[in-house]
Design a protein around this ligand. Structure first.
Ligand SMILES: Cc1cc2nc3c(=O)[nH]c(=O)nc-3n(C[C@H](O)[C@H](O)[C@H](O)COP(=O)(O)O)c2cc1C
Length: 202
């Protein structure tokens, strides 16, 4: 099983990138046969989406195609969404415009909100409200909010109760995500889905 993990921060040295890498390594401890693709949008920025992509404009398709191919090969998706001004950063919203090409079509998604303080809930609400319609990503009911992010997930093992609790939540949510990863394969091959007539959802 393959997992695509996207860190939505614009910052090259983002805490969200740290969370993405932690999740990638943890998945491999759950099952050494799991493979991961980690995309940090602060390190590999996409251009701002524009409609040239529909005509295969190399300025759009060049940076996006290899990413889309990686995500198309994944069974499950993790969106790491730092809270910026109470919102999801623009780079992550821009990613979802590109990802309307079917690479996330009926794949399970886990949302991980990130905050350096006590917030981090707004990006969860925002992604659950938008971002799924044209991508058809299926967000699972579990989500994780990593609060006080600079103080957790820094070492091999937990250094505080908070660190331990967040690892338990991530562990559980990733196990659930993996099961949905298996289950939704059945939905994709069921013959019921019709992306041709309903590409933009409902
Ligand atoms: C432009 C900007 C706006 C931010 N706004 C919020 C916010 O509304 N709520 C919050 O909890 N943290 C906010 N933060 C702090 C982030 O929680 C912090 O940077 C955290 O490490 C996650 O972002 P990162 O992945 O870019 O590191 C903001 C940070 C930036 C750069």
């Amino acid at each position: 099983m393959k997992f695509a993990i996207v860190s939505g921060s614009h910052r090259p040295a983002a805490q969200s990138g740290k969370v993405a890498r932690f999740i990638g390594s943890h998945l491999k401890t759950l099952n050494p046969e799991y493979s991961t693709y980690v995309l940090e949008l602060g390190k590999a920025a996409l251009p701002l989406w524009e409609e040239g992509i529909w005509n295969k404009d190399p300025k759009m398709l060049g940076p996006w195609k290899p990413i889309s191919e990686e995500i198309s090969g994944a069974d499950a998706f993790v969106a790491i969404a730092p809270e910026w001004s109470g919102m999801v950063p623009a780079a992550l919203k821009n990613f979802f415009l590109f990802a309307s090409d079917g690479c996330l079509y009926h794949k399970p998604g886990l949302i991980v909100g990130v905050s350096a303080s006590r917030n981090g809930a707004y990006p969860v609400a925002e992604l659950r409200t938008s971002s799924y319609k044209n991508t058809h990503v299926q967000y699972i009911s579990e989500h994780v909010i990593v609060r006080n992010v600079t103080e957790v997930l820094n070492e091999e093992t937990a250094v505080s109760e908070e660190d331990s609790l967040i690892r338990k939540r991530l562990d559980y949510s990733l196990r659930v995500l993996a099961e949905y990863g298996k289950a939704l394969r059945g939905v994709r091959v069921s013959g019921v889905l019709n992306r041709k007539d309903f590409p933009y959802g409902m």
